[in-house]
Design a protein around this ligand. Structure first.
Ligand code: FES
Length: 253
């Protein structure tokens, strides 16, 4: 099986201590994982996860305290929502979501930590090294940083239990559809913006990004409304657009 590189973000108070115990107790686990200690699993942002893939990780593991044991009360709840968001974006970028795994491990579960890492490494080895189009992953990273997705990710429980400002309570199915739609839309918009470093028409964008022209046109009109895209020229009766940030230094290599 191919060698793979894994990154593990472990919460200081539980999973990191569990990993420490695994080491002290000499429980064996594969050396493929590079461990990064964080204060709480809730601090592991989707941008960091997607960046890890962008910079060469074949799998990412996030380990936190068991529900109810988070030292910052709700950190592991937010971790769960952030992982779900990152998984959706990985799927959009063409990467298997099972390359990302979240587990709860306590400070006394050294053996469990070793078993989980062994299982996860075997799973990633079976999948092989990750492959993706660089621009697709960059678009996923940009979408993960978008304020709209970040707000919805943290409001999920409120929308499911108390409802929106009109008192409309969402079902689980409605929430999943809303999140899927938002993630897809933000990802498509970021792909369009990255392509518009060069002037392009709606038709060209649609064909290169494998999107329907009416969807591209809708995104372009929104981007123009938010002054993120400009009309560059009209050539052969066809408008060609360019990302405004290009000239203002917002979208860079
Ligand atoms: S402190 Fe461990 S998950 Fe929050």
């Amino acid at each position: 099986m191919a060698e793979v590189r894994l990154v593990g973000f472990l919460c200081n108070w539980c999973c990191y201590a569990g990993a420490d115990l695994a080491g002290v107790s000499r429980f064996q686990y594969p050396p493929n994982v590079r461990i990064i200690r964080v204060m709480c699993s809730g601090r592991v942002d989707p941008v960091i996860i997607l960046d890890a893939f962008l910079y060469g990780a074949d799998g990412v593991f996030v380990g936190g305290c068991h529900p109810g044991d988070c030292h910052y009360l709700q950190g592991n709840y937010y971790a769960e929502k952030k992982i779900e968001m990152a998984s959706r974006l990985l799927r959009e970028a063409g990467v298997e979501p099972k390359r990302l795994r979240l587990e709860w491990v306590s400070a006394s579960e050294g053996a469990r930590f070793a078993t989980i890492i062994k299982e996860f490494t075997d799973e990633i080895k079976a999948l092989g090294p990750v492959t993706f189009e660089k621009e697709a992953m960059e678009a996923a990273c940009l979408a993960a940083a978008d304020y709209r997705l970040r707000i919805v990710a943290t409001k999920e429980r409120e929308l499911l239990e108390e409802g929106n400002k009109y008192g409309e309570v969402f079902t689980r199915h409605e929430m999943d559809r809303l999140l899927d739609d938002l993630v897809r839309e933000d990802y498509e918009v970021k792909r369009i913006l990255l392509r518009l470093k060069e002037p392009m028409s709606v038709k060209e964008l649609a064909s290169e990004l494998n999107l329907r022209p009416n969807i591209v046109l809708r995104h372009i009109l929104d981007l123009k409304r938010y002054e993120l895209v400009d009309l560059h020229e009209i050539r052969d009766h066809t408008p060609r657009y360019i990302a405004r940030e290009l000239s203002e230094g917002g979208i860079t290599e």
